[in-house]
Design a protein around this ligand. Structure first.
Ligand SMILES: [Zn+2]
Length: 116
């Protein structure tokens, strides 16, 4: 039972950190944090998300692209231009890696006001 509680708790913490840190904070700049709390939630996201951890910077850029190009062929995460969910996720992964490695061009508007 304790193991089940541990994994369910970890799953909820990972959902919280993705929503709070990568999405609302990094991508949307919905609020500000000082350096201490930014580092705290960076580490919190890294620990709670484990192998599904995503760089806040790359996530923010990709998410801003998603909002700017919703359901067009430039949307990095749209089911409208994929034949199934697996090809959509593969496309998303490819774009995400391109952002992380700097191998795809990124418009300046997607990198404005990113957290350090
Ligand atoms: Zn959003």
């Amino acid at each position: 039972m304790i193991i089940l509680i541990f994994f369910v708790g970890l799953w909820y913490f990972s959902l919280f950190s993705q929503t709070f840190f990568q999405h609302r904070y990094a991508a949307h700049g919905a609020f500000k944090m000082n350096t201490f709390w930014e580092r705290f939630f960076f580490l919190f996201a890294y620990i709670t998300q484990g192998s599904s951890y995503m760089s806040p910077r790359a996530y923010a850029i990709m998410h801003r692209m998603h909002h700017a190009y919703t359901d067009t062929d430039k949307d990095p995460h749209s089911p409208s231009f994929s034949s199934n969910v697996f090809s959509m996720m593969w496309h998303t992964k490819t774009i995400f890696e391109g952002i992380e490695k700097g191998s795809i061009p990124i418009e300046d508007r997607f990198t404005k006001n990113l957290p350090e």
